[in-house]
Design a protein around this ligand. Structure first.
Ligand code: SIN
Length: 286
């Protein structure tokens, strides 16, 4: 097995079959995941059961409250876009589950049906975002918390930044996200703006444009300005971005605490079906 860093962030893991990992190989994969934030595999021939078995080695599976589930495997959330849908799921920079008190560790995304072209996923490193933050911004965010929510995305009248699914156009519901009842039950958490990553011990910037609502203790204008400065730093931080091109058999596994991702929506009229398993995380500390 070989682990090779890729441009921007992440590592590609080659000469490996995720169906038959030794304990030593799995440990190296876990270490690469903590260090690089996202790991990529190619040419994996995996069934749904293999996907579940691999994900379960990292922790308990989070059953998604807002995405349609695979009809036979509730552990697998469908990230799907049909040819007649304009919008996609995850079509803006975000990290998953920051609206939870114990944000999910990460997700394992398996490509099942890809468009002929397009449909890449962008990743950004929140370790590097923090490291490269100007000192003035580092001082400003020191000790601050931010409030996160998913209600505006998954509840009534979803915000188009993230929830871009064209709900209603498919009777089988495979493309829908959102669940008003579950969204109402969310009790919006506060998380530190800079966290100490629970696996690597490194500092990471932990706000994101989809789910972070405000900086606690600042008035709206100050909060909006600070978040906008932080987001601009990440949007323009091309040195710590990576664009992942999917191929049949590709798998990406990202860490929600140290990365953002963005599913590009540049394949109109084509189908893209991905299977996502999300793994439970833990409370986050400064
Ligand atoms: C997601 O945001 O989970 C979807 C990522 C992708 O489809 O590439």
């Amino acid at each position: 097995m070989q682990i090779t860093s890729v441009d921007g962030l992440g590592a590609e893991i080659t000469d490996v079959d995720i169906k038959s990992l030794s304990d030593a190989e799995f440990q190296s994969i876990q270490e690469a995941f903590a260090e690089h934030g996202v790991i990529f595999f190619r040419s994996q021939d995996t069934s749904e059961d293999d996907h579940i078995t691999f994900a379960e080695r990292f922790g308990d599976i989070n059953i998604n409250r807002f995405f349609a589930a695979h009809p036979e495997y509730p552990q697998i959330a469908l990230v799907a876009k049909e040819p007649d849908q304009k919008d996609n799921i995850g079509g803006g920079w975000h990290t998953d589950h920051s609206y939870d008190h114990e944000p999910a560790l990460g997700s394992v995304l398996v490509a099942r049906e890809l468009p002929e072209s397009g449909g890449d996923t962008m990743f950004a490193s929140m370790y590097k975002a923090y490291e490269t933050l100007p000192d003035e911004l580092k001082e400003k965010v020191d000790g601050l918390n931010a409030l996160h929510s998913g209600k505006h995305i998954f509840g009534e009248g979803p915000d188009s930044y993230y929830n871009t699914s064209d709900a209603g156009s498919h009777d089988d519901g495979t493309n829908r996200i959102g669940n008003s009842d579950a969204a109402e039950k969310l009790t919006d958490p506060e998380h530190p703006i800079v966290i100490t990553h629970p696996l690597s011990g490194k500092k990471a910037l932990y706000v994101n444009p989809a789910f972070t609502r405000e900086v606690v203790g600042l008035d709206k204008a100050e909060s909006d300005e600070l978040l906008s400065d932080l987001y601009t730093h990440v949007f323009t931080g091309h040195d710590f971005h990576h664009r992942f091109k999917w191929e049949p058999g590709s798998i990406a596994m990202w860490d929600n605490r140290s990365t953002w991702h963005w599913a590009l929506n540049d394949y109109q009229g084509q189908r893209r079906i991905m299977h996502r398993i999300t793994i439970e995380g833990c409370p986050l500390e400064a």
